[in-house]
Write a protein that binds this ligand. Structure first.
Ligand SMILES: *Cc1c(COP(=O)(O)O)cnc(C)c1O
Length: 223
């Protein structure tokens, strides 16, 4: 009987079948990931490149690995052979490197653009203005055949760390409105994923339109 079974099943029931649960396994041992895998789960999220590549080598090949941390351009090559979705893209430079490494591996890599919606300075990501600029730049490049090996699949964001539920609602609502606009403005019409919501705020995120939640401590316990 898996340690995580009850937590996992409760979360699955509360998010519903139409949303994706990314189980955030950072700092947790491979045995924890294997236990959830044995319950049928396949989407796992990691924040650090070294930790992700170590775990990927030890675990089954059909796991869909989500990179949810801050990705440096010089590390893209390590995850490009297998990564399923990169959540934290915030520059054209990084997109170009992902495109290059995807092509080298004869893959197409899906990416989410990370938007800064929290008031805390520490959470990186694009402002709304920067997001629109980046979408325009990617549109321009794609229209002339550039960036063939990356797909912009959606947006990702993190709300402020606060007890103020209304503030969290507002931040997620803002991200949802940017998502709706991006869906229309983006030339590829590939935008379909809105990754928002963590252990503390995923229910708010779902109420505001999230279709992918990233949950760690509520499944695996505190880090
Ligand atoms: C760690 C992390 C999570 C999961 O956090 P929990 O509070 O443990 O659910 C989700 N998203 C990102 C980007 C993270 O770094």
């Amino acid at each position: 009987m898996s340690l995580f079974k009850d937590n996992y099943e409760n979360i699955l029931a509360s998010i519903g079948k139409e949303r994706v649960l990314v189980a955030v396994s950072k700092t947790k041992p491979v045995s924890d990931i294997q236990a959830l895998y044995d319950l049928g789960h396949r989407d796992f999220g990691e924040n650090y490149v070294q930790e992700l590549t170590d775990k990927q080598q030890q675990l089954p090949d059909d796991i869909r690995w989500h990179f949810i941390g801050h990705l440096q351009s010089n590390k893209v090559k390590y995850i490009a052979p297998f990564v399923h979705l990169i959540h934290g893209v915030d520059s054209l430079k990084l997109l170009h490197e992902i495109d290059k490494q995807a092509a080298k591996n004869q893959r197409i890599i899906s990416c989410l653009l990370q938007v800064h919606i929290a008031t805390e300075e520490t959470k990186f990501g694009l402002s709304e203005v920067e997001l629109n600029e980046l979408i325009n730049q990617v549109n321009l490049q794609k229209s002339t055949g550039g960036l063939p090996s990356v797909v912009i699949a959606g947006l990702m964001g993190m709300a402020s760390f606060t007890e103020d539920r209304e503030k969290i609602h507002q931040e997620f609502r803002h991200l949802k409105s940017m998502f709706d606009k991006a869906k229309i403005n983006f030339v590829d019409k590939s935008i379909s994923i809105l990754s928002m919501g963590m252990s503390a705020d995923y229910q708010v995120a779902i109420e505001e339109g999230s279709n992918m939640v990233r949950i760690g401590s509520l499944i695996f316990g505190a880090r």
